[in-house]
Design a protein around this ligand. Structure first.
Ligand code: ADP
Ligand code: MG
Length: 329
């Protein structure tokens, strides 16, 4: 039974997992859907009540019925490397490729439907609350007056994108920034704005979850760090990430969150306050883990490899099907 990895050619994190899989004897096929059709080819038929399909890539042929798991890492958009690319060919290729993979019994990290739904930050906040995680007071609004009222109730705020990275080529992270006192909120009318109470944090926490295995890492904020320097990704701090224990209540809530979201993988960001409370900021269903592994030596790539190569169906998903109670949007 084969592990299928969907990612672009240059992906060091995928390399780390492939290196772990190499020792297991489990066959691995790695491909980029951007190379379909061409370097990647597919064929499938629905005849006599059964589906049979296969994929070929890099001179390897794999039967879809032999797929154990699919890791959706950093796949390119189908049909973007052909001589005559078009939106139509991309849609056709996407439907054929992912539609067939959905017809298999493979376990997904993460299933595209679950991944798509999990990207919505407002939904993440809702699910975090429902899972029992502390969530800093947040508003998302296009009413300038609502923003002003919120700033009166919570005078120390940050602003960040509702949707995450800016979709330019290559995508650009938009830093979370502190809102200055006396800010004029009239521009809020031009686009949904996410305002959140700033957590006066003593550390940032990255909790990487692989199946039911949790890897928490902590990066302390220096005692004389500038409070305007909010976003850990852009901070000048040189303090490394180091491993920490996950508090049991957080672990229970995180398991509930991942189960409800039907995610096999999630990278949570928390802000730890002076009382040691971990405030939920987001759960990135495709969050990077390479930098954490390198700094902490936590065996995250190995855990991903273990999950992908484990036999049997996904324990979180009955009959290999996902069930949604809410519209993925
Ligand atoms: N309310 C907050 N209080 C303190 N720091 C925050 C807050 N929200 C975000 N940050 C910082 O900004 C970083 C990015 O914010 P995050 O919510 O993870 O959004 P995204 O990564 O989608 O831009 C966090 O990892 C954290 O360092
Ligand atoms: Mg983040």
């Amino acid at each position: 039974m084969t592990v299928l990895i969907l990612t672009c050619e240059q992906d060091v994190t995928a390399d780390m997992v492939v290196a772990r899989l190499d020792g297991t004897g489990v066959p691995v096929v790695r491909l980029d859907p951007a190379d379909l059709p061409g370097g990647v080819a597919l064929s499938g038929e629905y005849v006599h009540g059964t589906f049979r399909g296969h994929l070929s890539a890099g001179g390897r042929l794999v039967s879809m019925s032999a797929l154990r798991s699919v890791w959706v890492r950093r796949p390119g958009v189908p049909a973007t490397r052909v001589a005559e690319a078009s939106a139509w060919l991309t849609e056709e290729s996407t439907q054929a490729f992912y539609g067939m993979l959905r017809s298999t019994g493979a376990r997904w990290m993460n299933h595209p439907d679950a991944a798509r739904r999990a990207r919505h930050k407002p939904w993440q906040l809702h699910l975090a609350q429902r899972s029992g995680l502390p969530v800093p007071a947040t508003t998302i609004t296009t009413f300038p007056q609502a923003a002003r009222d919120f700033a009166e109730r919570f005078p120390d705020l940050v602003v960040k994108p509702v949707s995450g990275a800016h979709p330019q080529e290559p995508p650009r992270a938009v830093p979370t920034s502190r809102v200055a006192p006396e800010t004029d909120f009239s521009a809020v009318a031009f686009g949904p704005t996410l305002l959140q109470r700033r957590v006066a944090k003593r550390a940032d926490i990255r909790l990487t979850c692989v199946g039911d295995r949790l890897f928490a890492a902590r990066k302390p904020v220096g005692p004389d760090a500038d409070p305007d320097e909010v976003d850990v990704r852009f901070a000048v701090s040189t303090a490394p990430w180091h491993p920490v224990e996950t508090p049991p209540r957080i672990a229970a809530s995180v398991h509930r969150y991942l189960q409800d979201a039907q995610l096999a993988y999630g990278a949570f960001d928390f802000a730890e306050d002076a009382d040691g409370i971990w405030w939920f900021l987001e759960c990135n269903q495709s969050g990077q883990f390479g930098f954490v592994e390198i700094e902490t030596n936590q065996p995250i790539a190995g855990a991903v490899a273990d999950w992908l190569s484990a036999p049997g169906p996904d324990p979180a998903i009955s009959n290999g099907q996902l069930h949604f109670t809410e519209c993925p949007g």
